[in-house]
Write a new protein. Sequence first.
Length: 174
Amino acid sequence: MPDCRLFWCHGSLSRPWGTKSLALSDVAREFGLTMEGPDFSDLADPDERVERLLSILAEDDRPAILAGSSMGGYVAATAAMQAAVPAIFLLAPAFYFPGYAVHVFPNLPDRVTVVHGWDDDVVPVDNAIRFARTHKATLHVLADGHRLEGSTDTLCILFARFLSRTMADLGDNE
């Protein structure tokens, strides 16, 4: 089994361990991974959160899989441009927002999965479609809102598929 880490980047007004992250953490355990959830709640600025995540990633040279929701999706994608990240899993990522430093995301890993809700009233689904089209990311759009509260089972299935493929890719590179 590949030796790697997994990080959860929570959204703007949330804490690291909510319903989604706990459910995804359970899925990760099935793959021998312990999901780490740094607390960014003391930082309102998304780019300060990116800097904190990059400093955490720099503490260990193992590859890190990143997952994030809303602002945390932005944080994960932005950090992935600069760190050894083989894959990112993004839920309703807050892309193309005024005040965020990054709007173009070069050097992303090959494996990028985006899940968004058709009825998202915080981050327009068109932002996810634009990002996915630009980066040829896997995109799943669900009949749900920004928090994807009614889609936990589907998120777990999609995350398991994502982790299975990512871990296989990492195993091939050992």
